[in-house]
Write a protein that binds this ligand. Sequence first.
Ligand SMILES: O=C(O)CCC(=O)C(=O)O
Length: 249
Amino acid sequence: MIETFDAKGFLVVPDVLNSDEIEYYRNIYEQFLNNKIDASRYRSDLGGFAKTDEDVKQEKITQIMLPGRVFPELLTKKMHTLSLQMAKELLGEDMELDFDMLIDKAPFSATATPWHQDCAYWITMPDKRAASCWMALDDAIVDNGCMWYVEGSHLGPIRPHRPAGKGGGALQCDAEESEGTAVEIPAGSCVWHHGATLHYSRGNTTALRRRAYISNFRPAEMIRFERERGFDHTGEREVKDERAQDQLS
Ligand SMILES: O=C(O)CCC(=O)C(=O)O
């Protein structure tokens, strides 16, 4: 599995959570979505680039940063403890949780997450080791927005990124589905990707839910490096890694 991750830049780990555990996380996830757990200061629309009058009435892609900080019980449960263990096996014993987030694509919200490499969002760091664990809390299929990855892209250059549109939201770079692989996984399974792996997901065009819980890991020393520079993954989104600056724009 480690070799696969190193070569491809992504890795499926099946059947991590059992049905009771999935239910536990879904229950908390719903409390975040309906604001029973108030994370409004960390909530935004990752699909906020699709700005017609109709679009602004409803979040297209709900992103809530740092659920584990808002509701610390999560940090002690299986998803966080096991994914930290996996991160250490994949990238080294010095891995620690940098941030977590919820990304929800509501039924029929039909908004793609644009192609991007996560490191474009981050400040340039001397140690590039980083990985995200994308945990499916619903079956993830192509039509509700499973993840797509470009195999080996973490080994190549960082593509130029730009804001996906006006008004915050996501970053994007140029890439095509024909370059990538769709990774359909059942609820309770996860897929890992490297911080430089090019990825994307289609919009949810179905009546199905598509709840994902994402945890990101990097060396403890690099987390310190970020925090010393005031970077904690709660701020405005813009191209931060100098390798991803769009020289053409
Ligand atoms: O869930 C999605 O659609 C996108 C997730 C993503 O970009 C990430 O985990 O880095």
